[in-house]
Design a protein around this ligand. Sequence first.
Ligand code: HT9
Ligand code: FE2
Length: 359
Amino acid sequence: MPNPQQAGPDPLPADRSTDPYDALLLLSFGGPERPEDVVPFLENVTRGRGIPRERLEAVGQHYFLFGGRSPINDQNKALIAAVEEDLAAHGIDLPVYWGNRNWDPYLADTVEQMARDGVRRVLCLATSAYSSWSGCRQYRDNLEAALAAVPADLVAPRIDKIGAYCDHPGFVAANADGVVAALDALPVEVRDDARLVFVTHSIPISMSDASGPQGGAYVAQHLDVAAAVAAQVAAVTGVERPHELVYCSRSGAPHIPWLEPDVNDRLEELAAEGAAAVVLSPIGFVSDHMEVVYDLDTEALATAERLGLPARRAASAGTHPAFVAAIRELVLDRASRERTLAPAARDHCPLGCCTGSRG
Ligand SMILES: CC1=C(CCC(=O)O)c2cc3nc(cc4[nH]c(cc5[nH]c(cc1n2)c(C)c5CCC(=O)O)c(CCC(=O)O)c4C)C(CCC(=O)O)=C3C
Ligand SMILES: [Fe+2]
């Protein structure tokens, strides 16, 4: 009878096995790090997207206001460090790679490096938690293009992408914590009456309508997350507050309809209605991107100030431990489903999913 003691090293317990994956890839947007990078970065982002020149100049100014440096790369480095630490603390041995759509480190270089390192099966997590062409399908297309560019003398890895994960309880919990902290930062006399205003990136209505397998997923997912976060905040604070979803960072040509209301317009209405205070919670962003530090912290908070409306911006998920743990759970869950050939609904992207890309 074989002696199990001599059967080689114990296999990892199923709950920390990442088989069949041998690497995790963080796939992100990328951002400039120096003033000289800003214009080339914007050219990368908007190539063929028909963004009016005035809009590009305005967005360039947002970056220059912050010294030509986007916060996004530092945030991704911090997230990777936190994920590596969390994986190690849980006895999980999985190297983490990082590649971007629009700036260095470019995805194609990262995929080539993975091939050189002999990586065969990669699990990819994008820094976008929701379904849409911009947040999901475009990243899939970027993966395909990067794989196709791997030099012929190398074996390209196989890459599976985790689907929209905004519904993960850890993502919801991280955002709820941010809202609770923002409420605490409001003057005590308006705290209980504060309105919870959840914010995400506006996208063309045609892109929104075509998001997810059945369409309309972008807005539906955000409404679900907003409701879940608001419920958790109510449970923690013991106060039910009205909540709603608004949009920021509208781009594109003026005649193309994008999701509304814009956060600034809505703040005007709320002030006119006599709202006591607001908390802005950027659930549409996984960390404090330029849209958060400019469109919310700089612009929307100035609007609120002008209106005399007390307002605080809640932290995004960032490196909140609940979000970092969520990433580990997403990885382990996908790996175990891959082993049992039972992919989760989130990972099922039919051919027509998130295709609509323009107004
Ligand atoms: C849904 C969505 C997300 C969330 C999902 C995800 O994260 O992917 C997102 C993220 C981001 N968008 C970013 C930056 C930009 N997005 C632009 C333009 C556009 N975004 C769009 C949508 C989204 N964008 C759309 C429909 C356009 C119009 C052009 C087109 O149809 O493709 C432009 C061009 C100028 C402008 O028009 O604003 C810039 C500079 C950055 C980096 C920020 C930083 O540096 O911290 C990040 C994380
Ligand atoms: Fe964007």
